[in-house]
Design a protein around this ligand. Sequence first.
Ligand code: HEC
Length: 253
Amino acid sequence: MTMKHRLPAALLALLLATPLLGPQAHADEASDDIAIANSLAAMLRAGRAVISANQDRINDPALGPKGLDGKTVLSQAVINYRTSTQSDPLATDPASRQGKLLRLEMDAIVSVVDSQQERINQPGVGFKGFIPAVFSRLVGETFTSAAGGSAGMSVTAPANLVRNRRWRPDALESRVISEKFLAPGWHRGQAYTQTTALDAGGKEFRMLMPEYYAASCLTCHGGPKGSIDITGYPREGAAEGDLGGVISIRLSH
Ligand code: HEC
């Protein structure tokens, strides 16, 4: 933006500090929301990948302490995040909305993993039920409650695939799954976003990001359909590349 007339610095500062007004301001706000939601999702994926990479160790009945405490998982998640986003989560301004929310999420990762130490380190037991989906669910819950209404994060799935009934899709998630993500022509991997004005005042931004089954997911989510997997749930009979889940992020203004 170029200024034709020079504004006194104080007035300029006031203008910049004015609550978002014009169309440009709305566009900036929307792109901020998208950037924040993308970074929250990237951190969830970065943390989940650490659990995934350590799954065999977690499941090893011969190992006691795994050295996989909250701080260790977070430091590996930070490395994964840097690789996937080419940016440093620790360098975000702690006073910014993104910096605050990302730090709440990193704190959630640490506290969730620390809270699971007894389970992770239990000797003599193979499969302990601590898997990426459980990690994601707990991080989402912890983050959402810490954010106190300003943000929310969960992982859901198409209704016919949902294992944990608490994570059944809400009305918007169901509609986006059937009308967008499963529709022919939806660009694979593309997220859905919307901002709506709330009756109670304020606005709510939602971002839903589709996730697809990889070959590694099929030991539990693949076939034969209905057979019981290691976690005790019936397999869905899914194929590699099928829509398997949705990361759902909400930001409130
Ligand atoms: C070891 C078996 C196992 C593997 C491997 C596995 N999952 Fe799951 N998945 C589960 C279980 C069990 C749940 C339910 C967790 C809970 O109680 O919240 C679940 C839940 C989910 C959910 C949340 C919605 C729901 O149904 O509750 C999604 C999405 C998901 N899995 C996707 C994947 C994807 C994508 C992969 C591969 C990258 C994968 N899973 C690999 C067992 C597995």
